[in-house]
Design a protein. Structure first.
Ligand SMILES: NC(=O)c1ccc[n+]([C@@H]2O[C@H](COP(=O)([O-])OP(=O)(O)OC[C@H]3O[C@@H](n4cnc5c(N)ncnc54)[C@H](OP(=O)(O)O)[C@@H]3O)[C@@H](O)[C@H]2O)c1
Length: 323
């Protein structure tokens, strides 16, 4: 079957290891299902895998992709939940220390078929487009948990999103707007700042720019480049929810003094549960949210989508189509 997979890895030239070609089709063991993939979403996770982060080289070749929507063997339209708990795990799967995402241990979603635990299938709401459904499993689920499970912000509160153009960032802006939050964002790029206003940001600032007032919570996925600004932008008692560090893990200043003096909360957040994914899908449908999609490409053009993400040139999600 056709698949986009990591054949080799390179920290500096991630595209060099990406191959779009033939891989064996999956055969599901008991308790697992094979999904015929209609659409698969691209995430920064896939670029990290090609760079050798989070995917050991001895697991190559590995089909990439955490997001997918398609049909199961009974013809049900489903969204694939990407967090696979270890055998016997009970409770919140994001807290299982041995959990993996699809494409880390088990083959990923950028293929004609993907195999997942049957419990990881979430019904696709009737009427939701395949492109929308492909956006939800990773970036949107992460944004949902950051905002609604972990930030503690109430409707009417103000939230700063570091970065405007990314998959998680655009999801945060659209979800927060739909939930009645005042969403502010930063961006390095004027055009992406304008787009953020169009999709519901109340205000957008240059990366690192001083804000006119302090906010209730900051959504952080940029990491080292924005960490000090995140700490400085919070009002006392505010919350930073951190789910990523695209620009690096080691900020120049840890800002520990400000964190305790202002009694800030720093909360780590990773993906979400299957139930949160089902709630997210229902919320997106009920609120009429149209996830921002940068581009829709057939899977055989996957390299173009990956190149855009490596170049930092995306606004919203990149979606690959199959069938
Ligand atoms: N913990 C989890 O479960 C989880 C889930 C999903 C994603 N993540 C992580 O979250 C991060 C974002 O993921 P994504 O899929 O949304 O990636 P993406 O689409 O590539 O997003 C990149 C974002 O980062 C901003 N950015 C990048 N470098 C920057 C810099 N040097 N200074 C300021 N802003 C910068 C960009 O904003 P502008 O271009 O507008 O400035 C853009 O909003 C990744 O590190 C990813 O691994 C974690």
């Amino acid at each position: 079957m056709l698949a986009a997979y990591a054949a080799t890895q390179s920290e500096t030239d991630p595209l060099s290891g990406l191959v779009v070609g033939d891989r064996p089709a999956p055969e599901a063991p008991a308790g697992w299902s094979v999904v015929d993939v209609r659409t698969a979403g691209l995430n920064h996770h896939d670029v990290w895998s090609l760079r050798g982060v989070g995917l050991p080289a001895d697991r190559l070749p590995m089909i990439l992709g955490c997001d997918a929507a398609g049909t199961d063997a009974d013809g049900n339209e489903v969204i694939v939940h990407s967090v696979v708990p270890s055998d016997g795990w009970r409770g919140d799967e994001t807290l299982d220390p041995r959990r993996t995402l699809l494409s880390e241990l088990h083959q990923g979603t950028m293929a004609e078929q993907v195999m997942v635990p049957t419990a990881n299938l979430v019904p696709k709401p009737a009427g939701m487009s395949w492109e929308t459904a492909a956006c939800l499993s990773t970036a949107w689920l992460t944004a949902y948990r950051m905002l609604f499970t972990n930030s503690g912000v109430q409707p009417g509160g103000t939230v700063l999103v570091q970065g405007a153009g990314g998959g998680v960032a655009t999801a945060l802006i659209q979800l927060g707007r739909a939930a009645g939050l005042r969403m502010w964002a930063t961006s390095r790029d004027a055009a992406r700042a304008d787009r953020a206003l169009e999709i519901g940001a109340d205000r957008v600032f240059g990366s690192g720019e001083r804000l006119p007032e302090r906010v209730d919570a900051v959504m952080e996925t940029v990491g080292a480049a924005t960490w000090s600004h995140s700490v400085n932008s919070l009002q006392p008692g505010g919350t930073i929810v951190i789910a990523g560090a695209t620009s690096g893990y080691d900020p120049r200043k840890g800002e520990l003094n400000k964190i305790f003096f202002k009694q800030l909360k720093v909360i780590g957040s990773t993906m979400g549960t299957r139930d949160e994914l089902a709630q997210l899908a229902r919320f997106v449908q009920a609120a009429g949210i149209d996830p921002v999609i940068d581009s829709v490409l057939p899977l055989d053009k996957a390299r173009d989508g990956f190149a855009k993400m490596v170049d930092g040139d995306v606004f919203g999600k990149v979606v690959f189509t199959l069938h």
